[in-house]
Each structure stands twice: as structure tokens, then as C-alpha cells.
Ligand binder design. Structure first.
Ligand code: HEM
Length: 442
């Protein structure tokens, strides 16, 4: 199966992958690989030491059939970090980062997340009022939220790329919930956590949009890699000279068994945290909102307090896994899995979106979004084994603050376009919607 780099029909692709079996031969922009689509097989492989991240184990890389020109190379041959290493080296690189995201640090970031959320909600109300006024709509300025929005005018939290008006036509009162709310929130949070200057956030959004897109021209892609490397290099230098109360400073000072991480290792971990820590959470928030707006009976249960936001978050993670296809691991020897032999040197992808729809794990109605499931959802959306996501608790915290605050402020919110018009961006690895046009008021 060819994995569509334009992501024209993600739902159709997930269904076809599931149909094709637990281990499927795929083409990734010209590179053949195997992908895992089933929960049990994924769980098994994610703890199998014969599958490693080291690109030197990839037969296609060793033979030169795949080179640095391959459009997805940045997702496999990243700077040395916990994301790229295995075994004791992986543990050494990861342990301090994972340990530093303590419950205390998470709790300390709650007021920050609440503050950013409140500011973005004010901005949303203001945008909707402006859009409605431009459209000559009825008394938008009288809506709740507009006065707070005016009071906060000029504060940060402005959405990259504008955030509205969108939808049926300019000035129809719709706003893009992704650009104006879901997109800036996780980036601001992860930047604050890592000690990245907030002024860099708009540029980081631009760079990562180019980084993840499958249609970025090669020369521009290389320029993006170089600019990101330099930006993080400068940050590590600055934090070495003037440590702060942030995770990058903690990593610089960290030592495992007396050994400090090198500046390059700190930079790699920092890059991995920012890259992995924003777009996935954007996907979680946007997809949860879309799922609720397209399942109004379930939204009513949540708004009535009959079902908790945790159930919404876990069901969204399962049903619309933010990480769609995770690249890549390589077999150091032949591995039998799901009736297939993955040969030494072959690449293996985890198709987490398909894994979340596994009927053997989640029941015959796995394709339905249903927050009323009786047994707790045991999904693999954050991975499993040694590389399991160290940011899981943080992203759950972000969503558990953002979603209730959004619906408390705009309980009448509705989609501004038919659901089938909401498209994915050309990003192969994450579930990235182009936009989510909504009307904030019913
Ligand atoms: C790893 C998903 C949020 C940082 C992973 C993996 C998955 C994942 C599936 C494991 C990949 C694999 O090896 O197969 C998600 C999802 C998120 C999320 C769905 C949000 C809804 C975050 C956040 C951060 C973060 C907020 C940081 C603040 C990382 C890092 C790794 C990782 C650094 C690599 C860990 C390693 O290789 O040891 N994530 N993630 N993620 N995630 Fe997340």
C-alpha cells in the first residue's frame, strides 16, 4: 500500500490498512517498509530489542537507496537524542528529562496553562465579534467574552496565521479554532517548560509547518533543519551561561552516574521535546472538539457532567490518534510477527491511528467514537516500552484544561462547514487538520 503523502483520505487509509492485516507492506514516499496496524503486535514489537532506532541498521540507508534527499529523512535521521537511541544510551539520554517532568513540575505548570487558555479564549471571542460585525451579523459585540477580549488586547497568545474569519466565506462570523486556539497553546506550554523565548514561537510554528510537510521543497527543508539546529544551539549556550528554572537548564546540569550530557545531547533532547510536544497535542485538542461537535448527543452528556473530560480525552487518543504513522525502527535480525517475517535491515513503522481502531483490542465498534465505553480505553496512542511518550501527562493536563474551558465559554459552538470539508495537511506522521472552522455561538 502506498501511504498517501498528501493525506487525502486518512479515514479511508486507516480502514484499508486495518483490512490488509496486522503487518502491512507499505511505500513511504518511495521507501518500502512494514507497518504495524494491530495492538497486540505493536505492544510486542515496542519492547523487542531487535527493533532499533539506529538508521545505520537500515538496509536501504546502508545501500544508498535512501539518502538525505528522501523527504521524510528528518523524521528518522534526527539529531542524537532519546528519540534516536536505544538500550543504555537511550536510558542515559532520557532518564533526566523524563524524571524532570515530575508531578510537582506538572502541577506548577497548571496556572500557566490556565492563563494561556484564558487569553486565547478572549482572543477567540474578539475574533468572532470582529468577523460577525464585518458580516453585519447581529450584535456580536454583546456576546460574553468581548469585554475581556478588549481588556487583553495586545497580550501575547495571538494566533499564528490569524485564526479567522474562515468557513463559508470571509466575514461569515466563523473562526478557525485550530489557528486561534489549539495551535498556539501547546507550543506556548512546551516553550515555557523548556525555557524557549516566547518571541520565538511564531517562527517555530513556521519552521515546524515546513519541517513536517511532505511537500516542502528539499532546499527549503535543509534550510529549516539548519535554522532549527542553530536556534537550539544558541539556546543551550545561553542556558549554560545563565541557567533558569526550566527543563533545558535542568538537562544541562543533569548527570547520570556522574556524567553530564553533552551540549549536543541537550540540544537533541530539547529539539525532540519541542518537535514532539506541540503538534500532537494540537491534534488531540482539535480532534476532540471535532469529535464532540459531530456527536452532539455525547457532547450533551459531557456538558451535563454525566461523563468526564478524561473519557473524551482517552477516547479521542484512541479513535483519532494524534500520531498517525511513527517512523521508524529497523530490524537487527529477522523477526516473525503477525504471520510475516520482517527481514534484517528492514524498516518498521507504527501506524498508531490504525492500532487505535483494532477490533480485537477495542471491540467490534472500534470505529465508533464512543465516550460511554464501559471498560477503560487501553490504547497505545503514547506508545509503549522504553520510548513511551514522556510528555503524556503534560498533554493530558493541557487537554483537560483547554477542552472544558473552551466549552464552558462557548457551549453553543458548532462546526461552520460540513465535517467532510475539514481536511488534513500533507503531514504523514501526525493527524494535522488544516483548520477547524467553527461558529462560537449557536
Ligand atoms: C514519544 C505520542 C505529547 C515528547 C512519543 C511516542 C508517541 C507519542 C506515540 C512514542 C513513539 C515511539 O517510539 O513509537 C504523543 C501524543 C501526544 C504527545 C499522542 C499528545 C497528545 C508529547 C509532549 C511532549 C512529548 C507534550 C513533550 C513535552 C515526546 C518525546 C518522545 C515522545 C521526547 C520520544 C521519547 C523517546 O523516544 O524515548 N510521543 N506525544 N510528547 N514524545 Fe510524545
Amino acid at each position: 500500500m502506498v501511504i498517501d503523502p498528501m493525506v487525502g483520505d486518512l479515514a479511508g487509509e486507516t480502514a484499508a490498512l486495518r483490512e490488509a492485516g496486522p503487518v502491512v507492506r507499505v511505500d513511504l514516499m518511495g521507501a518500502p517498509a512494514w507497518t504495524i496496524t494491530a495492538h497486540a503486535e505493536a505492544r510486542r514489537l515496542l519492547t523487542d530489542p531487535r527493533l532499533v532506532k539506529d538508521i545505520q541498521q537500515w538496509g536501504l540507508w546502508r545501500s544508498g537507496a535512501v539518502t538525505a534527499e528522501w523527504p521524510l529523512i528528518g523524521l528518522v535521521d534526527a539529531s542524537r537524542s532519546m528519540f534516536t537511541e536505544d538500550g543504555p544510551e537511550h536510558r542515559r539520554l532520557r532518564v533526566k528529562t523524563a524524571q524532570a517532568i515530575t508531578p510537582r513540575r506538572l502541577e506548577a505548570s497548571r496556572p500557566l496553562i490556565e492563563g494561556i487558555t484564558a487569553r486565547l479564549l478572549d482572543g477567540l471571542a474578539e475574533r468572532a465579534a470582529q468577523a460577525t460585525e464585518r458580516a453585519g451579523g447581529p450584535g456580536a459585540a454583546a456576546h460574553e467574552g468581548t469585554s475581556q477580549a478588549a481588556a487583553h488586547a495586545g497580550t501575547s497568545g495571538a494566533a499564528p496565521g490569524g485564526g479567522g474569519p474562515v468557513g463559508g466565506g470571509p466575514g461569515d462570523g466563523a473562526v478557525d479554532l485550530k489557528a486561534a486556539f489549539a495551535l498556539p497553546l501547546p507550543m506556548s506550554v512546551v516553550c515555557a517548560l523548556m525555557g524557549v523565548d516566547p518571541e520565538l514561537e511564531p517562527r517555530l510554528h513556521e519552521l515546524y509547518e515546513l519541517f513536517f510537510s511532505t511537500v516542502t521543497p528539499q532546499d527549503q527543508r535543509l534550510a529549516v533543519f539548519a535554522e532549527l539546529d542553530e536556534l537550539y544551539h544558541d539556546l543551550v549556550r545561553q542556558k549554560t551561561a545563565e541557567p533558569g528554572d526550566d527543563l533545558t537548564s535542568a538537562l544541562i546540569q543533569a548527570d547520570e552516574g556522574g556524567e553530564l550530557l553533552t551540549a549536543e545531547e541537550v540540544r537533541g533532547n530539547l529539539e525532540a521535546m519541542v518537535a514532539a510536544g506541540h503538534e500532537t497535542t494540537v491534534g488531540l485538542i482539535v480532534c476532540a472538539v471535532r469529535a464532540l461537535l459531530t456527536h452532539p448527543d455525547q457532547l450533551r452528556l459531557v456538558l451535563a457532567g454525566e461523563i468526564g473530560w478524561d473519557a473524551v480525552i482517552e477516547e479521542t487518543l484512541r479513535w483519532e490518534s494524534p500520531s498517525t504513522h511513527l517512523l521508524m525502527r529497523f530490524a537487527t535480525e529477522d523477526i516473525e510477527v503477525g504471520g510475516t517475517t520482517v527481514r534484517e535491515g528492514e524498516g518498521v513503522v507504527m501506524s498508531y491511528r490504525a492500532i487505535g481502531r483494532d477490533r480485537e483490542q477495542h471491540g467490534p465498534d472500534a470505529d465508533n467514537f464512543d465516550i460511554r465505553r464501559e471498560t477503560p480505553v487501553r490504547h497505545l496512542a503514547f506508545g509503549h516500552g522504553p520510548h513511551i511518550c514522556p510528555g503524556a501527562a503534560l498533554s493530558r493536563l493541557e487537554a483537560s484544561i483547554a477542552l472544558p474551558a473552551l466549552f464552558a465559554r462557548f457551549p453553543g459552538m458548532r462546526l461552520a462547514v460540513p465535517p467532510e470539508q475539514v481536511r488534513n495537511r500533507p503531514v504523514l506522521t501526525q493527524n494535522e487538520l488544516e483548520s477547524l472552522p467553527v461558529f462560537l455561538y449557536s
